[in-house]
Design a protein around this ligand. Structure first.
Ligand code: SAH
Ligand code: SF4
Length: 390
């Protein structure tokens, strides 16, 4: 459970980050009925209320009791950028002198929010700016759902009859969501909860580079959509790009993903395969054919992501020709293939020099000269139009 210290030094529980079950136990410990949990969930997540005194269907006595043991504490927005194309980026303060980024990408009726799950990442994929920053810590559930709260609030969504701007959430910001399992699952379930944001399970997507033991457990806790960061059609190449592949190779990962997707009650869903195309690394014709063969028996749609270059990475973006060729081969083989396009370029440029955002515990960032740089590149790559997972 998330806690904050009150001015008097008492540890207050942050109700923003409690799942319905945890909120029920919280009230049970106070001798209160179950329905209090629903009331409070609605106040916090549907109406954006953080002050117990505004929770008008809760008695004054209980409100006073709540104030002594709990708080509703939403993360602070350090800075917000608005792009001419409607993309909005938030730099959100999290404890320990860190900050994470959350990006909102509008596309017609759809508004996709890209949410971070960790400060940095320990998995060190060779093409990823977040990985190069090293790992600091997991975000709490309050800090994860807080990103949705902050974005929804900024659009007036958390008001009676407010517009529903955030229609989709992708766990594709900073961090590996399956390395922060409980907090991520709790936050995703709040996103889909009818008394909270009410997002359909087809509109909340977890993206993973392949932490198989946690993926094996995922189906017991949620029924959100799944995206797999594959990036290579064979183990030799994937070992280089996504080091966790050495522990959990492709066959094991695809088996686990298949089990998850076929175990869902609506068994018509597909796994999104993310494939970041890097010039002369994984973009050859042979790679496309090998990928088509590899995924033959897996229910997938494929999302091609042109590599987004960042400082101190020698990799280059795929050429337009190679991208088209790669896509054509997969389409010819019968796959649904989308290409992620960059959005919000103007605001990316404005925030390329963010400093002091990640206190890198692994010190990896120092060897890359990246100290304190927030992964602007992740924002860029996430800024996609129709190709986003549904
Ligand atoms: N850790 C999770 C989710 C965050 S990364 C994962 O790896 O899936 C979200 C997506 O962006 C992943 O598919 C990741 O591989 C991709 N990505 C990371 N750095 C990138 C870059 N520089 N250019 C393009 N895609 C990148
Ligand atoms: Fe971590 Fe995902 Fe980046 Fe790999 S691609 S380092 S798993 S955030």
């Amino acid at each position: 459970m998330s806690v904050n210290a009150s001015p008097s030094g008492v540890e207050l529980i942050n109700l923003l980050g409690l799942s319905e079950e945890k909120l029920i136990s919280f009230f049970a410990e106070m001798g209160e009925k179950k329905f209090r949990a629903k009331q409070v969930l609605k106040w916090i997540h549907q109406y954006g209320v953080t002050d117990f005194d505004e929770m008008s269907n809760i008695s004054k006595v209980l409100r006073e009791k709540l104030k002594r043991s709990a708080i509703v504490f939403a993360p602070e927005v350090i800075k917000q950028w608005d792009s001419v194309d409607g993309t909005r980026k938030f730099l959100i303060k999290v404890s320990g002198g860190n900050a994470v980024e959350t990006v909102f990408i509008p596309d017609g009726e759809r508004g996709t929010l890209c949410v971070s799950s960790q400060v940095g990442c320990s998995l060190d994929c060779s093409f990823c700016a977040t990985g190069k920053q090293g790992f600091n810590r997991d975000l709490s559930c309050a800090e994860i759902i807080g990103q949705v709260w902050v974005a929804a609030k900024s659009f007036g969504q958390l008001a009676e009859k407010g517009p529903r701007k955030v229609t989709n959430v992708v766990m594709m910001g900073m961090g590996e969501p399956l390395m922060n399992f409980e907090n991520v699952v709790d936050a995703m379930n709040l996103m889909m909860h009818d008394h909270c944001y009410g997002l359909s399970k087809r509109r909340v997507t977890l993206s993973t580079s392949g932490v198989v033991p946690m993926l094996d457990k995922l189906g017991d806790h949620t029924d959100a959509c799944l995206a797999i960061s594959l990036h290579a059609p064979n183990d030799a190449l994937r070992n280089e790009l996504v080091p966790i592949n050495r522990k959990y190779p492709i066959a094991m990962l695809l088996d686990s993903a298949k089990r998850y997707i076929t175990g869902l009650p609506d068994n018509r869903r597909k796994i999104t395969i993310e494939y970041t195309l890097i010039d002369h690394v994984n973009d050859r014709v042979e790679h496309a054919h090998e990928l088509a063969e590899l995924l033959r028996d897996v229910p997938v749609k494929i999302n091609l992501i042109p590599f987004n270059p960042f400082n101190l990475s020698d990799y280059k973006r795929v050429s337009n020709n190679a991208l088209r060729r790669f896509q054509d081969i997969l389409v010819e083989a019968g796959y649904i293939v989308t290409v992620r396009t960059t959005r919000g370029d103007d605001i990316d440029a404005a925030c390329g020099q963010l400093a002091g955002a990640v206190n890198d515990r692994t010190r990896r960032s120092q060897s890359y000269g990246l100290s304190g740089v927030v992964s602007d590149d992740i924002v860029k790559i996430m800024s996609s139009s129709p190709s986003q997972p549904q």
